[in-house]
Design a protein around this ligand. Structure first.
Ligand SMILES: C[S@@+](CC[C@H](N)C(=O)[O-])C[C@H]1O[C@@H](n2cnc3c(N)ncnc32)[C@H](O)[C@@H]1O
Length: 228
């Protein structure tokens, strides 16, 4: 599913990098699974979690058979904002039906131009197809705040794709300094810990690629760090 910071375009490279540090049949845990764009590329056992309640409710509902609509009216989209986060329609409209705004933030309405009737249809159809294709692929999906989990012995490769430092758009704050401490601790217990970032203060760079074309911020070197 199209997602803020999603790794669909570099999925192959991400998964090949993770595979380099993984022994056969070892579990991969993605604690920042987002739209599953990287998670669906790993072979074998993949465990996914994320701290967004509406995202996890949506993914779990689809895994249990909920069929997202392929058409979403403006009215449905507006109403979905008032639904509880546990209702998959809330997450579907929030993440799947972003048109001009940032996916995951209900931000389309900030645009001054009125949306045409049926404008949500292409986005909803695309998101529905992606969810039906991908949501059942991981072995497990659950809600978890990675920063609140005490590191423990784990025979798994942990691939972290957190909100990048300096990037905005998520609807909750992320404590980047605590994240650095946490991955340092996890690296003592897990088989391997890998982190996607542009610049990360610890670990060694095990993969990098220029990504993003020309933006006002210039091009960015997308990197994966192995934490030791
Ligand atoms: C860059 S996105 C992940 C994109 C995903 N890899 C993809 O390819 O679709 C970062 C994710 O981190 C999640 N997140 C933010 N803070 C978190 C936390 N403390 N614990 C777990 N997940 C968190 C956000 O909800 C978001 O889904």
């Amino acid at each position: 599913m199209q997602y803020l910071g999603g790794k669909a375009q570099i999925r192959k490279d991400v998964c090949a990098t993770v595979a380099r540090f993984r022994s056969t049949d070892q579990v991969v845990w993605e604690p920042f699974c987002g739209g599953l764009n990287s998670a669906v590329g790993h072979k074998g056992l993949v465990i996914c979690s994320d701290a967004s309640r509406s995202l996890i409710a949506l993914l779990q509902a689809v895994r249990l058979g909920w069929d997202p609509p392929s058409v979403v009216s403006r009215e449905t989209w507006e109403t979905s904002k008032t639904l509880p986060e546990t209702n998959p329609m809330h997450g579907f409209c929030k993440f799947g039906c972003a048109l001009r705004g940032i996916p995951g933030t209900f931000s389309d309405v900030s645009s001054t131009k009125p949306l045409k009737t049926g404008a949500f249809q292409p986005a909803a159809t695309t998101a529905r197809n992606a969810l039906l294709r991908d949501a059942r692929k991981p072995s497990a999906i659950f809600w978890a705040d990675f920063l609140a989990i005490e590191p423990r012995r784990l025979s798994a490769v942990i691939y972290c794709d957190p909100p990048y430092r300096g990037r905005t758009g998520y609807d909750f704050d992320f404590d980047h300094d605590l994240f650095v401490e946490r991955v340092k601790e996890w690296s003592r217990f897990a088989h391997a810990v890998l982190v996607s970032e542009y610049d990360f203060p610890i670990g060694e760079i095990v993969w990098e690629r220029l990504r993003g074309g020309k933006t006002s911020e210039g091009s960015r070197l997308e990197r994966i760090y192995r934490i030791r």
